[in-house]
Design a protein around this ligand. Structure first.
Ligand code: ADP
Length: 320
């Protein structure tokens, strides 16, 4: 197991998922509560694999915020960097896959507590002690959360952390695609490790080609590792000196929510104590196989957090 601290920064929220599938939000007879928020999923993924994780963000001082803080603690994630807003409420998302196959989203975020985290509220001691600092908040766009985001990145970097970024593109949250692209690219060159999905690659490059050329068009000079995840096709990796791919594991997928977060959590867990693994292709490949196995397992159960594997679950799949 890894020992170095992985700090994940961003939002934690509750997804309300209709109790029956294939209906619009308006037709849903009821909803199930599924805790989520990509950065929180990553923190829990790390802890479940036996790593040391802390989540940094802001929750509402309400029933939902207390529930989410409880979930962090139950999963062994430090909540020492979690603040509670006295006024604003915890972010909520209503998500459905309608009968016509379209995903429909509705958010309670006007503004929600996560968007109101200020730079002054950051637990700097915690952030400075991170060996890996992961971020990718969808609230990056709004102040004061944007300034908090930038300050946390800087403090973590000064403390020697590897910076890991996942843009977590959720288009409905941005006023326009152009604005989303601008916001994502404005912090692009600060990260040491970037993970994008195939959909994000297409969006950021503005091309429907998913190949080495389009991936490398996103390369920046300070980048150490670029990953493109391809769902059931596994992932591609790019470093300064080599590139390649790792296949996915064959599993019976029932819900892919959280697969990317699980993949990232596993990767970070494996490199936190030895950042140099990134420069060593055979070792990196082993790590990415492990991460793909984690992603695969996460698709075999409904929901994100309930489906995140333990280290022994991963070993079972790897040795099968
Ligand atoms: P994201 O959730 O960010 O879109 P992906 O869906 O690409 O990310 O999933 C991340 C990783 O999880 C993939 O690289 C792959 O290894 C694994 N994975 C995702 N979907 C499947 C699937 N249907 N079958 C097997 N592995 C999967």
């Amino acid at each position: 197991a890894s020992n170095g601290l992985i700090v994940s920064f961003g939002e934690m929220l509750i997804d309300f998922v209709p109790t029956v599938s294939g209906v619009s939000l308006a037709e849903a007879p009821g909803f199930l509560k599924a805790p989520g928020g990509a950065p929180a999923n990553v923190a829990i993924a790390v802890a479940r694999l036996g790593g040391s994780a802390a989540f940094v963000g802001k929750l509402g001082d309400d029933e939902f915020g207390l529930m989410l803080a409880g979930i962090l603690k139950e999963n062994g994630v430090s909540a020492d960097g979690v603040n509670f807003d006295k006024g604003a409420r915890t972010a909520l998302a209503f998500v459905t896959l309608r009968a016509d196959g379209e995903r429909e989203f509705m958010f309670y975020r006007n503004p929600s507590a996560d968007m109101l985290l200020t730079p002054d509220e950051l637990n700097l001691q915690l952030i400075r002690s991170a060996k890996v600092f992961h971020y990718g908040s969808i609230s990056l766009i709004v102040e004061p959360c944007r300034s908090a985001h930038l300050k946390a990145m800087e403090v973590a970097k000064d403390g020697g952390a590897l910076l890991s970024y996942d843009p977590n593109l959720r288009l409905p949250l941005w006023a326009s695609a152009e604005e989303a692209r601008e916001q994502i690219m404005s912090i692009w060159d600060k990260a040491d490790v970037i993970k994008v999905s195939d959909v994000e690659l297409e969006f950021l490059t503005g091309s429907d080609k998913i190949d080495d050329e389009s991936a490398l068009s996103l390369w920046h000079p300070n980048l150490k590792l670029l990953l493109v995840t391809l769902g059931e096709k596994g992932c591609r990796y790019y470093t300064k000196n080599f590139r390649g791919s790792v296949d996915a594991y064959h599993v019976k997928a029932v819900d892919t929510t959280g697969a990317g977060d699980s993949f990232v959590g596993a990767l970070l867990c494996k490199i936190v104590d030895d950042h140099a693994i990134i420069e060593d292709e055979p070792r990196l490949k082993e790590v990415l196989k492990y991460a793909c196995a984690c992603g695969a397992i996460t698709t075999t159960k409904k929901g994100a957090i309930p489906a995140l594997p333990t280290h022994s679950d991963v070993l079972t799949l790897l040795n099968a």
